[in-house]
Design a protein around this ligand. Structure first.
Ligand code: PEP
Ligand code: MN
Length: 342
């Protein structure tokens, strides 16, 4: 349930409420909005909820108590009516700007990552992406450079000033990846890896949660709730396409998931047209559709020499194509009320 405090409620009133929730053995989550502070109370058994609603409603500084019927509570828009903004390094995702994350599928070597980092920065990207731990459908394909890849990403951040986002696949690697990355990515194959989600919930580093390729929006939001339930509210959603019967594209980009998530949740939403389409010729159009649908950011794969990429070459834009795309995107982003950096 969510407990909405009166506008004049003090910090002492809030503390008393939080203490009462704790005393009863439940968890509290606090959302401080522009006008109102809302306290989420989770963990109460079903049979106690009606009495609890009446109990909290009797507090003098409580304006209203509402049962949240959806299975996701903290990431629910009811808990936090204004959109959330998550900062990756110093780059806001979910504010008035459009965040553009760009870089190769995988970190391959020093020259490759430094060259592409400089190129995407020059074209206006604000966050560098690159995989060091790669989820691969085949055990024989490239698995990533591991910690060496993380070190190269950190070097590229040093050289360009771009914060970095990279995937973590295994609970055993969380601590290491978090030491290097400004944002941890959960890939589509791990959206329902609940042990990993819980571990990430114990961090305060931002997490970008990609949609499972066969997951509904409600399952996706419940996966986000796993992270939020442990106190990490720095969560970004990423629509990257879902599996359908259509073989022309690698996945089918679900553009309606963007406004749907925004209606149901306060979390920022990023779109990944690269993995959604699998084809570089389709990436610009799908990226623009995502921005028009309200995306807060884009994640785009860029490689200086796609035909030599160790992974996902067919969907990678060259630096020149990426720069042309960014120039093309600028007026569209502005028309959608989302400024591009630079
Ligand atoms: C990636 O971003 O490189 C990646 C593997 O994405 P996904 O998990 O969406 O397939
Ligand atoms: Mn990839």
């Amino acid at each position: 349930m969510i407990i909405i405090l009166k506008a004049q409620a003090s910090d002492a009133d809030l503390a008393a409420l939080v203490e009462e929730i704790r005393r009863r053995g439940y968890q509290s989550h606090i959302s401080r909005g522009v006008e109102r502070t809302i306290v989420g109370c989770v963990g109460a058994p079903e049979e106690d909820k009606d009495l609890l609603v009446d109990h909290f409603a009797s507090f003098p500084q409580v304006e209203n108590v509402v049962r949240v019927l959806k299975p996701y509570k903290i990431v629910n828009r009811e808990f936090h009516p204004e959109p959330s903004c998550v900062r990756i390094g110093n780059v806001p995702v979910g504010g008035p700007g459009l965040a553009v994350m760009a870089g190769p599928c995988s970190v391959e070597d020093r020259d490759q990552i430094l060259e592409v980092a400089r190129a995407v920065k020059a074209a206006g990207a604000t966050i560098l992406r690159g995989g060091a731990f790669k989820p691969s459908t085949s055990p024989y394909s490239f698995q990533g450079l591991g910690e060496d890849g993380l070190k190269l990403l950190a070097e590229a951040r040093e050289a360009t000033g771009l914060p970095i986002i990279t995937e973590v696949m295994d609970t055993r690697d969380v601590e290491q990846v978090a030491r290097y990355a400004d944002c941890l990515q959960v890939g589509t194959r791990n959206m329902t890896n609940f042990s990993l989600l819980k571990e990430l919930g114990d961090l305060r580093t931002p997490v970008m949660l990609k949609r499972g390729m066969s997951s509904t929006v409600e399952e996706w939001l419940q996966a986000a709730e796993y992270i939020a339930a442990r106190g990490n509210y720095q969560i970004i959603l990423c629509e990257r396409g879902i599996r359908t019967f259509e073989p022309q594209t690698r996945n089918t980009f679900d553009v309606s998931a963007i406004p749907t998530c925004k209606e149901l949740s306060h979390l920022p939403v990023v779109a990944d047209p690269s993995h959604a389409t699998g084809r570089r010729s389709l990436v610009p159009a799908v990226a623009k559709a995502a921005v028009a649908a309200g995306a807060d950011g884009l994640m785009i794969e860029v490689h200086a020499c796609p035909e030599r990429a160790l992974k996902d070459g067919p969907q990678a834009l060259t630096p020149a194509a990426f720069a042309a795309f960014m120039a093309d995107l600028r007026p569209l982003a502005a028309a959608c009320g989302k400024a591009l950096a630079g």
